[in-house]
Design a protein around this ligand. Sequence first.
Ligand code: MN
Length: 231
Amino acid sequence: MSYVFTPAPQAQLDVTGSQDKFPVRRVYCIGKNYLAHIHEMGSDERDPPVIFQKPADAVVPNGGEIAYPIFTKNYHYEGELVVALKSGGYNIAVEDAASHIYGYAVGLDMTRRDHQAAAMAKGMPWEVTKAFDQSAPIGPVTPVETSGVLEGGRLTLKVNGEVKQDADISLMIWKVAEIIAKISEQHRLMPGDIIMTGTPAGVGAVTSGDVLEVAMEGVQPLRVTIGGPAA
Ligand code: MN
């Protein structure tokens, strides 16, 4: 058996302290998970968590340079903690959730913000605003044996060296274990699934030439440069 053309490569992330790669299956994302970000977006803080996906081939391991995407004039960063799973299932209990974690990374949920408000107003899906090419730069995965289970710690995002986002992940409305449990009520989580856990306040627009840095204690940092227009 052969394919009618060469299949796309397996999406993957580096692993801290190893030559082996973490193979990415799906990219789940949580929206509206920090009160201060909900307030800056003008949303209702009592809403249940928003769960959406990006395609695995939107992952850009370690950042590097990413193109300024087509079809937006308001291209935003969202710095986030990323959880990588080694196992899964349906209906995972909150108290069992940590046993499914392979490790942690920091990532960017890049967003076409101009289309998000329009999509929400019309009750339309978020694909166009969230699920485009190169929309998920993610740093190396640090295994949980090294990092420990992360329930607190300072997450920061800098643009051109200036701090724009600075929050403790303990401020998440839905904690990591609750997120894993919630997603597994709707989807069978599997090894290789990664979860972008939502962004704190301070989101903003970037343009070609800007340098984004996301950092969190105990996790490898991510550095991304915004390149010229996608072609
Ligand atoms: Mn986000």
